[in-house]
Design a protein around this ligand. Structure first.
Ligand SMILES: Cc1ncc(COP(=O)(O)O)c(C=O)c1O
Length: 430
């Protein structure tokens, strides 16, 4: 595999950007080697500056549910561009995308569009505090909600605690407004509500935590969170930035049969452009400025190109058979992996939900919490990642990251990937 161009380009990037990247995981720190600089993407494939081609299982970390440069999305974007691309004023595409998203959400009545998942969660947290007039947010160890101060917090010592900041630059006073509990642990949450219940504005959960492996939660646990928040007058904030429109032809909370008070969305709804959102009942959403007292704004929020890309993506997904294709790809991938695993005695667990999958290496049981993930298993992922790259398969550069399937993958590409992935896993994890 040629890599001279990527190495040179990354060297140049290092001179002008911290770590050579604009988002840390892209730097390949956990797998080693030089990050690949891509030149173009088409359908299920990526091509780098050295001319190597890769079947893409990262999909820009989730948004590209239709693969790269889908013709329908591209055509709609080009038409929008021809009329100018930002007005800082209402644009029809905002209302159209809001309607399309609300159709799928059902429980919610209004949406606010922002530019990133981080911004969506940041606004949702402020909104929850504004609505309840309470200071604390309860989050779970192992869930990622973006890089806002109050979520860059991890568990302190003890089972369920006030958090400690997990990044320099987050004041302890801010970290102290976030409580952190382990996933999959009703007692820890109950304990926190017993001690702090009257101060908790919201419980925030990735409906299916997918940023630290894929930590599928028991339905009883999610139902328990719904009940305890209601009982204590706190809001349930379900973060579906990653799992939304990926595991259900709607949102993951529908799989659990619970309704959140606020949901955050991102990735797929922007079709690969910077768009994310929060949504809730009109009563809650109207607390946002300008209808209400909770301030939030954005120069490029609801950008026409991003709105159009999201709208066109959802059209393909739900009006043109895209979802069925995604599920067919998912089923073929799942079956292929399951058949291969049945014939091997590898010490790993495989989990897939809709178009998302993850291998839990060196594990006897499927982890449901961050603490249950095997660290040696993750450390050994670096060798697998390298081996896959050499064979033209692009997995995310960290063993904690999930894999993303897309509708552009053909049956032959899925079969090829299953075969390469399972052979490589056998070689690396035997
Ligand atoms: C569940 C979840 N919430 C929030 C975010 C932050 O989104 P963004 O990277 O667009 O700021 C992410 C990003 O991966 C996410 O997975």
């Amino acid at each position: 595999m040629e890599s001279g161009q990527s190495e040179q380009l990354f060297k140049e990037a290092l001179e002008v950007m911290p770590g050579g990247v604009n988002s840390p995981v892209r730097a390949f720190k956990s797998v080693g080697g030089t990050p690949i600089t891509f030149r173009r993407g088409e359908g299920a494939w990526l091509e780098d500056w050295d001319g190597n081609r890769y079947l893409d299982f990262c999909g820009s970390w989730g948004p590209l549910v239709l693969g790269h440069a889908h013709p329908h999305v591209r055509e709609r974007i080009e038409k929008t561009l021809a009329d100018g691309w930002t007005f800082g004023a209402p644009h029809r595409s905002e209302t159209l995308l809001a309607r399309k998203v609300l159709e799928r959400l059902r429980f919610a009545e209004k949406v606010r569009f922002v530019n990133s998942g981080t911004e969506a969660v940041m606004t949702a947290v402020r909104l929850a505090r504004g609505v309840t007039n309470r200071p604390y947010i309860l989050k779970f160890d192992g869930c990622y909600h973006g890089h806002l101060d109050s979520m860059l917090v991890s568990a302190g010592s003890g089972l369920a605690t006030f958090g400690t900041s997990s990044s320099a630059g987050v004041p302890n006073e801010i970290a102290a407004t976030t409580l952190v509990a382990p996933l999959d642990d009703e007692n820890a949450v109950e304990d926190l509500f017993k001690k702090q219940g009257s101060k908790i504005a919201a419980v925030a959960l990735e409906t299916i935590p997918a940023n630290n492996g894929l930590l599928y939660q028991r339905p009883e646990f999610v139902a328990f969170l719904r009940k305890i928040t209601r009982d204590h007058g706190a809001l349930l904030l379900l973060d579906e930035v990653l799992v939304g429109l990926r595991v259900q032809p709607g949102f993951a909370f529908q799989h659990y049969g619970v309704e959140p008070d606020i949901v955050t969305l991102g990735k797929v709804i922007g079709g690969g452009f910077p768009a994310a959102a929060l949504a809730a009942s009109a009563g809650i959403m109207d607390q946002l400025a300008p209808s209400g007292p909770v301030y939030q704004a954005g120069t490029l929020s609801g950008n026409p190109v991003a709105m159009t890309a999201g709208l066109a993506t959802l059209e393909v997904l739900f009006d043109q058979g895209g979802w069925d294709r995604l599920m067919a790809v998912a089923e073929r991938f799942r079956t292929g992996i399951a058949n291969a695993l049945a014939q091997s005695a590898l010490p790993l667990q495989y989990v897939q939900t809709g178009g998302l999958f993850w291998f839990s290496f060196d594990s006897e049981v499927l982890p449901r919490s961050a603490a249950a993930i095997s660290k040696p298993g993750i450390a050994r992922y670096a060798a697998l990642h390298k081996r896959l790259l050499e064979q033209g398969i692009y997995f995310a550069p960290s063993g904690y990251e999930v894999g993303f399937l897309n509708t552009a993958m053909t049956d032959a590409e899925v079969d090829h990937a299953v075969s390469v992935v399972m052979t490589s896993i056998n070689e690396c994890y035997r």
